[in-house]
Each structure stands twice: as C-alpha cells, then as structure tokens.
Design a protein around this ligand. Sequence first.
Ligand SMILES: Nc1ncnc2c1ncn2[C@@H]1O[C@H](COP(=O)(O)OP(=O)(O)OP(=O)(O)O)[C@@H](O)[C@H]1O
Length: 211
Amino acid sequence: MAALLRLENVWKMLGGRWVLRGVSLALGPGEAVVVSGANGSGKTTLLRLSAGLAEPSRGRVSWGCPRGPRGCVGYVGHTPMVYGDLTVWENVEFFSSLHGGSLGDYPLAAEAWRLLGLEKYGSHLASQLSFGWRRRLDVVRALLGEPRLLLLDEAFTGLDQGASEALSRLLRLALGEGLALLMTTPLLEPRYLGLASRVYTLQDGLLAEAS
Ligand SMILES: Nc1ncnc2c1ncn2[C@@H]1O[C@H](COP(=O)(O)OP(=O)(O)OP(=O)(O)O)[C@@H](O)[C@H]1O
C-alpha cells in the first residue's frame, strides 16, 4: 500500500535541542494514527513537519500526492486558522475559492458543516465565536479542497459532548472515504482510542508504538 505520509529517520532541532530524534512513521489511506505525549514533547513539531510547514534538520518527509503536501494535507492546529473579520460563511466561501470551488464541491467539508451545526452561526463574525465554535469552523476549513491526509492537533480540546461526538462520527466517515488521519493528544482519552488504527507515544524525541 502506498503511504500518504512517510517520515524517515526525521530529526528536528529547535532552540538548540533535539525535539525529534530519528522519528519514522508511515501512514496509508484509511489509517488513523494517534500520537500521545506530554506537553512540550514535540507533537506540534511532528505535525508541522508532516504538513510541510517546517523542514526536518535531518531525515526525510514525503507525501503520496503529486504536488507533495499542497492540496494533499488538511491541518487543524492549536489555533483555528480562520479570519475573524469575516463571517463564518464568508470564511467557508473564501477558503473554498482558494481550492477553486464552493462548499458543495467538497462532500466531507459539507458533511462537517452539517454535523458540527455551523449553519446557525453562518452570519456571525468568526471573531465573535467561542473557541469551540471556531474550532468547528476550522475543521470545515481543513476539509475544503478534499485533502487526503488530515492532521489534527488536540482536535477534541475545547469541544463539548455533542461536538465531540459529531467530530468522532465525521472522522469515521473520513476514514471510510480513505482519508488518513494523524492526531496528537496530551491525554490518551477513549475518543482517540476509538478511532485509532495505531497508537504511538512521543517521549524525549523518540516515537514508539504503544503495545
Ligand atoms: N520555534 C521554536 N524555537 C525554539 N523552540 C521551540 C520552537 N517551537 C517549539 N519549540 C520547543 O520544542 C519543544 C516541542 O514543542 P511542541 O510545540 O512541538 O510540543 P507539544 O508536544 O506540541 O506541546 P503541547 O502539548 O504543550 O502543545 C518544546 O520544548 C518547545 O519549547
């Protein structure tokens, strides 16, 4: 099976210290990998490298898509990447247009919009949303353009019970459609375990598969 994401012996130095030390990982279509680790253990760094937003100091990151990470990767980071001075719907229109379409062209994003209940806030400025609602909007944004690999940094943080359940359903749908998921979390909660094909721990820069 061709990997959608492959990290080969990846090392990353930040602030004069090795944050990642020889990390290798391959992720194929329909697989969900969860990486848990303490605060500061390098989870976000791992995701940024996997998104092509940072370069490894040593080793190699590659994507099984024709244009590398571009158009291949959707990234839901700590901080929602939406425009506060646009309404919720204008954000969706804007980010859809960057991919050359509209929400209806991206079935999983449209499903996320519906499942996460964003319709009722469509005309609200994104800056006026609570964190949990901006996070919901960010999930929709990340699915626009139909990425094949979705990276989620503490995806469930800040979501209430209903939104957590909706997100779990959405991510199951995404896996069924053949997306690959790479999720990080400081706490290995049941909602992550319920989705995971494989679980890893990140400690002292080393990635190890949990038994
Ligand atoms: N730009 C940077 N320059 C220097 N050090 C950095 C930089 N970015 C991150 N670090 C350091 O790298 C380490 C890993 O950070 P990272 O954000 O990847 O951890 P994390 O596991 O995601 O943490 P958290 O659970 O708190 O979000 C930390 O010690 C952090 O201080």
